[in-house]
Design a protein around this ligand. Structure first.
Ligand SMILES: Nc1ncnc2c1ncn2[C@@H]1O[C@H](COP(=O)(O)OP(=O)(O)OP(=O)(O)O)[C@@H](O)[C@H]1O
Ligand SMILES: [Mg+2]
Length: 243
């Protein structure tokens, strides 16, 4: 791994008696695409919520470029360059397509205003292939176009780290190819990405490295080929009864 940009240290999150994230440790290198994978309920979204600041850890810490961010409010973490998409798409329904992207540019890590924000928003819409729909109401977008828009909005904040939580989920096979190609382009631009994904083809073709979670703990870490051949990982995915 090159220089670490994000560092997760001894991170734990409990909900009542449930330990959703249990002593997690991992680093994300600059320009790295890190896959965060694991069976349903293993704690991936909770991990993303902790990194983005939507949830506060019970114990442990997260640092961005050596500075502890896990005590900061979500907005502050976003301003420092950590941007996310949601497992269920969240857009601003009263704004049209380009206005949604401008909102990302105005509130993001590298703030842009007025004409600069609008031009940048146009660029981001082109980036995700949604320029023709710039002035359409959000309600008229197909599902893949909503996903494109969410990505454009997040990119408009020019994040240092992009958190994608099952961004590819729910796409049909053709859309999936488009979606994977889009993320591959982002990877080609040298963006740092944490990818939570159940689509193994995407994990194999996009990730430099994977961290595998099961019941809140890290059970494997390595290249996609390494972790997907790991016995404990296979057992976790199949369930104990099948191992
Ligand atoms: N706000 C919450 N309150 C209580 N329990 C929660 C909360 N959020 C998550 N959990 C529990 O924490 C565990 C981990 O959930 P999480 O959503 O992080 O899993 P996941 O790996 O993202 O699963 P999936 O692949 O299904 O999206 C689950 O048992 C879940 O029910
Ligand atoms: Mg999840």
């Amino acid at each position: 791994m090159v220089r670490s940009i994000l560092s997760v240290q001894d991170l734990t999150k409990t909900f009542g008696g449930l330990v959703a994230v249990n002593g997690m440790n991992f680093d994300v290198g600059e320009h790295e695409v890190l896959g965060l994978i694991g069976p349903n309920g293993s704690g991936k979204t909770t991990m993303m919520n902790l990194i983005s600041g939507a949830l506060k850890p019970t114990s442990g810490s997260i640092s961005l470029q050596g500075t502890r961010i896990s005590d900061l409010p979500a907005q502050e973490i976003n301003r420092k360059g950590v941007a996310r998409t949601f497992q269920l798409v969240r857009l601003l329904p009263s704004l049209n397509v380009i206005e949604n992207v401008i909102a990302g540019a105005v509130f993001g890590h590298r703030k842009r205003w007025g004409a600069e924000a609008e031009n940048y928003a146009k660029e981001m819409l082109e980036r995700v292939g949604l320029q023709v729909a710039a002035h359409a109401p959000v309600s008229t977008l197909t599902y893949i176009d909503q996903k494109r828009l969410e990505l454009a909005r997040v990119l408009a904040s020019d994040p240092k780290i992009l958190l994608l939580d099952e961004w590819l989920a729910g796409l049909n096979p053709t859309e999936l190819e488009t979606g994977i190609a889009l993320i591959r382009d982002l990877r080609g631009e040298g963006r740092t990405i944490i990818l939570v994904e159940h689509v193994m083809d995407a994990i194999r073709s996009l990730c430099d490295r994977c961290v595998v979670m099961n019941s809140g703990t890290k059970i494997a870490e390595g290249t996609p080929a390494e972790v997907l051949a790991d016995r404990e990982v296979i057992r976790a995915y199949l369930g104990d009864d099948d191992a």
